[in-house]
Design a protein around this ligand. Sequence first.
Ligand SMILES: Nc1ncnc2c1ncn2[C@@H]1O[C@H](COP(=O)(O)OP(=O)(O)OP(=O)(O)O)[C@@H](O)[C@H]1O
Length: 377
Amino acid sequence: MSSEQEPISIETREVTKTYGERAAVNHVSLQVKKGEFVSLLGPSGCGKTTLLRMLGGLEQPDQGSILLGGRDVTGIPAYGRNSNMIFQQLALFPHMDVFNNIAYGLKVKKLPKADIRRQVHEMLELVQLGDYGRRAVSQLSGGQAQRVAIARALINRPEVLLLDEPLSALDMQLRLDMQRELKRIQREFGGTFIFVTHDQNEAMNMSDRIGVMRAGKLLQYATPDEIYEKPTDSFVAKFIGDTNLLATRVLGQDTNGIRVECFGYSLLVKTGEDTPVAIVGARHSLSIRNEYIRLGEDAIPCLNKLDGRVIEAVYGGANIRYTIQIAEGFLVQASALHQRGASRFSPGEPIRIGFDPEDALLLSEPMLQDPAQEEGI
Ligand SMILES: Nc1ncnc2c1ncn2[C@@H]1O[C@H](COP(=O)(O)OP(=O)(O)OP(=O)(O)O)[C@@H](O)[C@H]1O
């Protein structure tokens, strides 16, 4: 089946929401397929929560439309939609036990008691809290409370479950456990989940697709692999993973690739389907992931080689992170696997670095400034 034919769970078409003068969400179009786990990722204030709230009917767009299960639900409030939402504050009913918290949605629908009991038990099994039905919610750990909130949100079998940073209040270890747990639940339940986070690792670990947002715009919507390997612009490249963005000028193009100039070096870059058309003299950012930079003897076979000096070497367990100065104002960050017996380089040491054309990506827009500094990330 082609991706065009796969059923769409939820879709936005050119959705815009403005507060005062400012578009919190600006002409965003995206499609989420049934059974997908999608993350909306971006720095604080980029509009992720506003978009999620519009998907759930808690806010209404000023422009554009939203389709849920193929039906236009624009303008329909949350209670009229077959979606459900989990927030960072879980808001479990404190006076009810776990069973009754989960059963609530079915009781409102006035389902027969036996059906409610059976479905609540199925949900308790799904979230691995089989014996906790009679437990007061005040006696749950943070992770258990999360599971109850998930079970309560799923019991009505929503077309889509919307999650607004539900793990951000948990400590690191529990957060990692809950990431795995949430993925397992989503797989077993077979539902569509849309998850808001500003944590790139969380988004990379969990998602089938990630929507990267900035200042209300959806910059890129693709699989974690694609976003990492083929970011569409310097903001995405910098926000996901660690990368060097070099300011370059196109010298020319031949069958081997595009040749660019950077601080007096002539570098060869591979052309790909997304590579911008090479116009001689045009300025483009070149993105090279820190881990794709080879150091010392490893740089010898590389087609692009530069000479510099180690400024800093930071030991990080599995990796060593080097800052290398190639020229005044030209610093490169490299991350080398820390293996027993492998060469290590010390601050002050001259060093040769290299990279192959296919390990660098020429981005379509010129580098004006460091996007990470601009956003304060
Ligand atoms: N009810 C509102 N009234 C006025 N402005 C709002 C309102 N809700 C959000 N905004 C503004 O819209 C922009 C996007 O906010 P939103 O909460 O969607 O961002 P976010 O990416 O989820 O950020 P965070 O990660 O900090 O929650 C921000 O500039 C915010 O101040």
